[in-house]
Ligand binder design. Sequence first.
Ligand SMILES: [Zn+2]
Length: 274
Amino acid sequence: MPQPHVYRTEAIVLRQRPLVDADKVCVLFTPLHGRIEAVAKGVRRTRSHLAGHVEPLTRSRFLLAKARSLDIITQAETIDAFPALHDDLDRLSRGLYAAELVDRFTDSAADGTRLYQHLLDTLHRVETADSPDLPLRWFEMRLLDDQGYRPQLQQCVRCESPLRPDGNAFSVPAGGVACPECRTGLIGRPLSGRAFKLLRFLQTAPYEQSAQVRIDAGLGRELEGHLRGAVELALDQEVRAARFVEVVRSTSADVHNGKRAAAPFVERRAQGED
Ligand SMILES: [Zn+2]
């Protein structure tokens, strides 16, 4: 059977990059075709009909035409623009972080139905949750599971004895938690009892239950450090949006303390361009 020349799909736009003339390449994540790079023609012109529908962190319906190299976006219509995500730099930075993880972890033409749903849920949660960080931690845990990097949190990665909460270390290269006897000599960070329990909870609990847990700033940062380490080892590279999250976080803290207004370059990063 000949391949159809056009196909329809919904997708979440992960990012864009400029191409020649007024064109852009949009990186799309779809439920059935996985990650797709497609050209949005003329989208940098002010009167483009496509522009609003292909912005990063927009969920849209697409009509795409097959082409020899990159497919062409012929129509796009927004399903969900995530307005509260785009109006708040704290939330936007976390949304871009989630999108980058999917962008880096996924290959083209892979079935992404489950991951698509996780990403969609995560963007909605980042948009509405009291703290936009917890949805990311839950998402990282699912992503590590899905990609075959589930951290070992039940028994020591070295001696395999059942773990108790205190005195452990989280060793990313060893693939999980090392007990107090085995942690010496392993590359890893100290793991507090609270973070240990929370990691185990996040690994098995549905999001709705995880969202009930109260997490103070210190515990939140510890959790973030452990999971980001695991994610970056799995990817074998840094997550660039993590730096953006840091900048927004420190800027927000300064704004709250009356020190300065948001730095202009944050706006540019928010557009997904370097
Ligand atoms: Zn051990």
